[in-house]
Design a protein around this ligand. Structure first.
Ligand SMILES: C[S@@+](CC[C@H](N)C(=O)[O-])C[C@H]1O[C@@H](n2cnc3c(N)ncnc32)[C@H](O)[C@@H]1O
Length: 254
């Protein structure tokens, strides 16, 4: 089960709100070169391009499906197929943006300083990562993975490590002139109720589980997950649910 632009974009408005907050916090007003790492369907690239319309801008992603959508959306920009983990640019950038992508890449202790080294002096690395591994949506997925008949296949699935705000601050401070770190919990109203929570995470956090299961197991897993999230998240009187979603922001200037 590879990345699906269609599934991911079902909640595009809610998913794009954090990147607006992130891009607004980048200190530079003039930017010549910028790149969006893990650009997905181009929603984050579009926000960056709106702020810096004169910059030479590239979107990078490891999913062909996402890139096809991004190219269609922003035909005047460049897009490249690459893995953030092995990406080594030929020139430095004024802005490196990574919105909701670095949580899929391991070893942040090595990765973040490496990305800083790809910046021009005075350039900025702007990162947002979900900080929701302890939220019911993730906890329940882990519990179901470990307790169903599929446990042998998926109980050991692990998302790459994430760290608290102070950890990123301490990691980056020696390499930067300024580090700005904050955490925000968004509360997304989802009109589709609990089924919408399932659809939301099918497009992101559930992928590592689902891609290891066959079709029948996927259905059973998703049924169990829907039942569990229905107990954990209270429905509102109109049938919608409010999905609390904590996110961590790092804006680090070299
Ligand atoms: C949750 S989406 C974020 C999309 C977009 N940046 C946004 O703000 O909504 C994560 C994206 O990161 C990409 N991605 C995940 N791991 C990657 C890697 N190692 N290298 C490049 N792209 C990666 C996925 O293909 C996906 O398009």
């Amino acid at each position: 089960m590879s990345w699906s632009a269609r599934q991911y974009s079902m909640f595009e408005q809610q998913r794009t709100r954090p990147v607006r907050d992130l891009v607004a916090a980048i200190p530079a007003n003039r930017v010549k070169t910028a790149i969006d790492l893990g650009c997905g369907p181009g929603n984050s690239t579009e926000v960056l391009a709106e702020r810096y319309p004169d910059a030479s801008m590239t979107g990078l992603d490891s999913s062909e499906n996402m890139l096809a959508e991004a190219r269609q959306r922003l035909p005047s920009l460049q897009f490249a197929l690459a893995d953030i983990d092995t990406w080594r640019p030929e020139h430095a950038f004024d802005v490196i943006l990574a919105n909701a992508s670095l949580q899929w890449v391991p070893d942040h202790a090595e990765l973040y300083p490496r990305l800083i080294s790809f910046l021009e002096p005075g350039g900025t690395l702007a990162v947002q990562t979900p900080d929701n591994l302890q939220e019911p949506a993730h906890r329940l997925a882990r519990d179901i993975a470990a307790s169903g008949p599929w446990a042998g296949k998926i109980a050991s699935v692990k998302h790459p490590d994430r760290h608290p705000a102070a950890w990123y601050f301490n990691l980056l401070q020696p390499h930067c002139t300024e580090v700005d770190v904050w955490r925000t919990t968004y509360h997304h109203p989802l009109s589709g109720g609990h089924a919408a929570i399932v659809e939301w995470f099918k497009g992101s956090a559930l992928r590592p589980y689902l891609q290891r299961l066959d079709e029948v197991e996927q259905k059973d897993f998703l049924d169990a997950y829907l039942h569990a999230v229905s107990q954990a998240y209270q429905a509102l009187s109109d049938g919608s649910v409010l999905l609390p979603f904590p996110r961590l922001f790092v804006v680090a200037t070299r």
